[in-house]
Design a protein around this ligand. Structure first.
Ligand code: 5GP
Ligand code: SF4
Ligand code: MG
Length: 458
């Protein structure tokens, strides 16, 4: 998911709309904006893309005020029903509060059961709702204390933005799993999941919201505190590999540059005699550029993507279904004919994409196809807010590299090593440093209470 917030700007809701537009890659299932005019918090949410949910300009008339927060949703916990769209807004004894969450709480079920035993009634299935119930029940006076108390009861990943009638609060969990940055525009404060949202509204980047930090914005300005026990940092390395936009800076690292470096490192680890390097667009492009630069091979855009294929694409009748991946990608025969090809992608999850693409490239005349992946094998599911499939569905959880190579029909297959990946982000002491890389090695930094059968790690 992606979150955004702005405090102290006459165009708060409009700028949130733009901010969400820049964060759309972080979630396409739903979105919403809450705004406060100092006396009430109003919310508009809906299923689908930002441009669809906020199509009607009149919506912005119903979101007045100088403070607003927003969310783009990608379902991790709680399914994808409209009810689970955020910001979640509730009224309680002290007024209204809206919250937008990126991440996933690992003990939400437990906390929810306890709350329900004590009379709380939940209206969504999202893990985020437990935070709202906890803060509504808190006996503390100040909003910041209520939020801190609520968050001390949950574990996992959260970059959060809250909005009350008179305040905005931004919080990042003490492990720092998900990114969150602070910026300024026209004297107003801005927070966003990624810097690309600051760029779009021409806000100046100030700094990251620190892991474990809470920032309260109100009429007197900004107040920072660190209300949680310090923890080892576990910034999600997959943000740098795949999730964040390449024009963003996350965890103080420039994403495009890092992706090129993953590609360069991959070329050093898995050289091959070939004629051309081609990326799987769009996510594989920076790594492929790095691979080509390092290996001295020619970089070619041999696969062209149709940018108009939305998530709502409905497959036509059975008889013409064999279009398959061709709907999204097409190979240029003139690029591939008679060539030995290196194909670079950022990750292999189920293996179905690579298999289809390699078949397409061979059909376009390639003589050899060498698959190169700019991350290590993804063998373990994520419990901290990235929607990976269950362990069973991850091809590398149950297959060797040779078996995967055969399945995807490549001549050779090479993945970036864990050590190589860590080196690129500046970690060379044999640990994961300030990062989480659990989906590649199963070393989960924050424990979770229970796993479904599919997720059993053994
Ligand atoms: P596969 O067919 O192996 O399951 O998918 C691999 C492709 O999915 C890669 O091109 C990669 O960029 C993309 N990918 C990796 N992680 C994710 C994710 O969390 N969500 C989506 N939508 N795509 C992903
Ligand atoms: Fe990121 Fe993987 Fe850790 Fe999940 S398990 S937070 S995707 S590095
Ligand atoms: Mg991709």
């Amino acid at each position: 998911c992606g979150v955004f917030g702005i405090f102290g700007h006459p165009e708060a809701a409009n700028l949130s709309y733009l901010g969400l537009y820049a964060l759309q890659h972080r979630g396409q299932e739903g979105c919403g904006i809450s705004a406060s005019d100092g006396s009430s918090v109003r919310t508009h949410v809906g299923g689908g893309l930002v441009s669809d949910v906020f199509k009607d300009n009149k919506i912005f008339n119903s979101l007045p005020g100088q403070a607003a927060i927003g969310h783009v949703r990608y379902s991790t916990a709680g399914g994808d029903s409209l009810k689970n769209c955020q910001p979640i807004t509730v009224k309680y004894s002290r007024g209204s509060i809206a919250v937008a969450h990126n991440g996933n709480l690992v003990n939400a079920q437990e906390v929810r059961c306890d709350l329900e035993k004590n009379g709380s009634i939940f209206s969504t299935t999202a893990d985020t709702e437990v935070i709202v119930h906890l803060l509504a029940r808190s006996k503390a006076d100040a909003l910041a204390d209520r939020i801190a108390e609520a968050l001390r009861a949950v574990r996992g990943a959260y970059s959060l933005v809250f909005l009350s009638e008179t305040r905005m609060v931004a919080v990042r969990d003490p492990s720092g799993f998900r990114p969150l940055v602070l910026g300024k525009v026209d004297g107003a404060y801005v927070v966003a999941s990624e810097t690309c949202a600051l760029d779009l509204i021409e806000a100046e980047y100030v700094r990251e919201v620190q892991p474990g930090e809470m920032i309260v914005f109100d009429k007197d300005g900004m107040t920072c505190s660190h209300p949680f026990k310090e923890k080892k940092l576990s910034q999600c390395i997959f943000e740098l590999i795949y999730f964040a936009r390449p024009d963003s800076t996350v965890f103080s690292q420039q994403v495009y540059e890092k992706r090129k470096d993953f590609g360069r490192q991959l070329a050093r680890e898995h050289k091959v005699d070939a004629d051309i390097v081609i990326p799987v667009p769009d996510s594989g492009v920076p790594a492929a550029i790095g691979y080509a630069e390092e290996s001295g091979l020619s970089f070619q855009m041999g696969l062209i993507r149709n940018h108009y294929v939305g998530r709502t694409f409905i497959e036509p009748q059975q008889s013409i279904r064999h279009f398959g991946v061709k709907i999204k990608l097409n190979a240029i025969r003139e690029v591939f004919e008679g060539k030995r090809v290196v194909v670079v992608d950022d990750s292999v999850v189920r293996g179905t994409t690579s298999r289809k693409i390699i078949k397409m490239i061979r059909k376009a005349g390639a003589k050899e196809v060498h698959m190169r992946v700019s991350s290590p094998p993804t063998s373990y599911p994520c419990f901290y807010g990235i929607d990976t499939p269950t362990r069973k569905e991850l091809i590398s959880s149950s297959h060797t590299i040779d078996e995967i190579c055969k399945y995807i029909t490549a001549d050779t297959l090479g993945y970036l090593s864990i050590e190589g990946m860590r080196k690129v982000v500046g970690v060379e002491d044999g640990t994961c440093g300030n990062f989480c890389d659990a989906c590649f090695n199963g070393e989960y930094p924050v424990k979770f209470p229970r796993l479904t059968d599919d997720d059993q790690l053994g």
